[in-house]
Design a protein around this ligand. Structure first.
Ligand SMILES: [Zn+2]
Ligand SMILES: [Zn+2]
Length: 338
């Protein structure tokens, strides 16, 4: 079978390798599609070489079918369509013992810390498998992982119908958060600087604001009879976004920190005090977020076609990564692995 190895310096090498036979408690999945995540792009640009090395199959936003089953695996059959929740917790650390296995203190992320899904057959622990409905498009199913991120973010926010939600940053994750929040019944506004992304948000039925043209907080206050946003998702990873999140907040606003801030932004803690704001971290997902994401994708609540920009075969993986780099017109690129 073919596997795409990241070999450092913005390159992948397609290698012919023997598939790994599933051991006890493992299954082998024939990978159908695998999406390119922002994290994968960081790997491609060499930022994460210290963590992933330079001979690693990356990729984790995948869909596929069970191809082989190891010993002591129950409830799965060859041919079952599945997605994988790519987290391996240690089970022993304080976080795991408190039930927070998705943020295990020794968490291994499959496809970064181990080989991942940009290959034709991927062998994984059986506990990472979620079965999906047979009639769900296997191409759309590759979006379940990022949709599960959005479901986790929305669940952390305790968002309910009728609330005013502001999503700061309209990239793939921001757009999926907006869709999940809209499905919950919130009134969603997306703040984004890129015209193409603003157009997409509008076509999906969301209100939009461009911070290059308007004062987002002022507009949010105007839209909400001077109340402010009940829930804010910071997905931009910018200082401007962090400024807006406190400026646009209603009293007791719940802010969810989705973006990975590489630097330490300045946060207006006076506003936190004054408006009794709450701030939540939200990282990856738990099993129930996956089950919710599967439901949302299967029901059509997530407009997958509007998010999938292009699909390329495994052999063209380097082209796909190059095309995505610094390209604000693209949302989600998929690789067809087999
Ligand atoms: Zn991802
Ligand atoms: Zn642990």
């Amino acid at each position: 079978m073919k596997a795409a190895y990241y070999t450092g310096n913005k390159t992948f090498a397609i290698e012919s390798v023997q598939p790994v036979a599933p051991g006890e408690g493992e299954v082998q999945v024939s990978v159908a599609y695998c999406g390119i995540c922002g994290t994968d792009l960081h790997v491609f640009h060499g930022v994460m070489d210290a963590r992933v090395g330079t001979h690693r199959v990356i990729g984790h936003e995948m869909s596929g079918k069970i191809a082989a089953i190891g010993q002591k695996v129950h409830g799965l059959e060859i041919g079952d369509p599945v997605v994988i929740r790519p987290l391996a917790a240690c089970g022993a650390c304080p976080a795991c013992q408190r039930g927070h296995t998705h943020i295990c203190q020794n968490l291994k992320f499959l496809g970064l810390d181990t080989d991942g899904a940009f290959q034709q057959a991927w062998t994984v622990p059986a506990h990472t498998i979620h079965k999906i409905p047979a009639d769900l498009s296997i191409e759309h199913a590759a979006l379940i992982e990022p949709v599960a991120v959005a479901c986790h973010d929305v669940r952390r926010a305790r968002l309910i119908a009728g609330e005013d939600a502001l999503v700061i940053g309209g990239g793939p994750i921001g757009m999926l958060i907006a869709m999940v929040a809209g499905h919950v019944g919130a009134k969603v506004t997306v703040s984004e600087v890129n015209a193409h992304r603003l157009g997409l948000a509008q076509s999906l039925g969301f209100a939009t604001l461009n911070p290059k043209e308007v004062n987002v907080a002022e507009k949010i206050y105007a839209q909400t009879a001077d109340k402010g946003a009940d829930v804010i998702f910071e997905v931009s990873g910018t200082q401007a976004g962090v400024d807006t999140m406190t400026e646009a907040a209603a009293t007791r606003c719940r802010i969810v920190m989705v973006a990975i801030h590489g630097t330490k932004p300045t946060v207006d803690l006076f506003k936190f005090f004054w408006r009794e704001i709450e701030l939540f971290g939200a990282r990856v997902y738990e099993a129930e977020d996956y089950e919710e994401a599967i439901k949302l994708v299967a029901s059509g609540a997530i407009d997958c076609n509007s998010i999938i920009t292009d699909v390329r075969p495994l052999e063209k993986i380097t082209d796909a990564f190059q095309a995505l780099s610094g390209n604000a017109l693209a949302m989600k690129s998929l690789i067809k692995c087999s």
